[in-house]
Design a binder for this molecule. Structure first.
Ligand code: HEM
Ligand SMILES: *[C@@H]1O[C@H](CO)[C@@H](O)[C@H](O)[C@H]1NC(C)=O
Ligand SMILES: *[C@@H]1O[C@H](CO)[C@@H](O)[C@H](O)[C@H]1NC(C)=O
Ligand SMILES: CC(=O)N[C@H]1CO[C@H](CO)[C@@H](O)[C@@H]1O
Length: 266
């Protein structure tokens, strides 16, 4: 898609909505949108939608700001696997394991799924069942960015929920692996018309959140991956922001490997 813009906000809207044929922006400060989406989609059917979402999340984030990272990542996983269709929320069934059951999901936060369910109930209560889950996920991701200090952006609405979840294989094929380098990530992105500029902007999503040790331990143990910055490496080994008991439990291992339960802020 060749987006030249380097701001995360713009790309989150365009990239994560999987634009295939960008239409001209409706106003100067609005990104292009695909047919079917609109900035006024629920104007009459659920006029307070955006404030319901923001007010709810504001309260939740006071209790746990980590939830913001969880919600942002759910939007990414939803959109990269068969489009922004809410399918990441679907449970597996007799036909096979769902997206949630594919390995990359193992680290999606249950609290974030819970927050989407709670929001859904709140919205249904006020407006009836008119708002798609995919739109709720998209709005929650935007407010997660904004409420944790990131840029604001407008979210076009009108996504339809998919009725089928992606298979384990499709999920694996659509999400770049933690071990991928840029050369390997770019072809995965190009399948959904995203390029290197988009990758740089979207990587800004990692400004918040955590990674489990197992996601990057291959670059720490048995010794530093030579392509990893030394200061960054040192900082990862001394997770100062974690409470001391957690730190001790995790990093005193003589073998210097991850314990199975270890997590780390990134
Ligand atoms: C393009 C390739 C990407 C790769 C390879 C990747 C990889 C990862 C990995 C390995 C983690 C840590 C998971 C864990 O150990 O728990 C993570 C976390 C995260 N990712 Fe990505 N990611 C990518 C793109 C994105 C995008 C596009 C966004 C959103 C704009 C995003 C948002 C996040 C967030 C917010 C977290 C923290 C989640 C939490 O704290 O619960 N990532 N990512
Ligand atoms: C999933 O991918 C694996 C490895 O590529 C392959 O062996 C398997 O047959 C695939 N399963 C399905 C259901 O397509
Ligand atoms: C990325 O990884 C692939 C597969 O391991 C390797 O062939 C390639 O040279 C790597 N590219 C860079 C830039 O390191
Ligand atoms: C948050 C969530 O739904 N996680 C699921 C991911 O996959 C595992 C393994 O199948 C499930 O047990 C989790 O419930």
């Amino acid at each position: 898609m060749g987006m030249a813009s380097s701001i995360l906000s713009f790309l989150l809207v365009s990239a994560l909505c999987l634009l295939s044929s960008p239409a001209p922006a409706v106003a100067q400060n609005l990104p292009p949108i695909v047919n079917g989406l609109s900035f006024t989609f629920y104007k009459s059917s659920c006029p307070k939608l955006e404030s319901i979402v923001k007010d709810f999340l504001k309260k939740q984030f006071e209790k746990d700001i980590g939830l913001a990272a969880g919600l942002l990542r759910i939007h990414f996983h939803d959109c990269f696997v068969q489009g922004c269709d809410g399918s990441v929320l679907l449970d597996g069934s007799a036909s096979g394991p769902s997206e949630q059951d594919a390995p990359p999901n193992l680290t999606l936060r249950p609290a974030a799924f819970q927050a989407i369910n709670d929001l859904r109930a709140l919205i249904d209560g006020q407006c009836g069942r008119v708002v798609s889950c995919a739109d709720v996920v998209a709005l929650a991701a935007r407010d997660s960015v904004v409420l944790s200090g990131g840029p604001n952006y407008k979210v076009p609405l009108g996504r339809r929920d998919g009725v089928t979840f992606a298979t384990r294989n499709a999920t694996l094929a659509s999400l770049p692996a933690p071990t991928f380098n840029v050369t390997q990530i770019l072809p995965v992105l190009s399948r959904i018309s995203l390029d290197a500029d988009d990758l740089v902007a979207l990587s800004g999503g990692h400004t918040i959140g955590r990674g489990h040790c197992s996601s990057f331990s291959n670059r720490l143990f048995p010794s530093r991956d030579p392509t990893m910055d030394q200061t960054f490496f040192n900082n990862l080994r001394i997770p100062a922001r974690l409470p001391t008991p957690t730190r001790r439990r995790r990093w005193t291992s003589a073998a210097r490997t991850c314990s199975t339960t270890s997590t780390m802020w990134i």
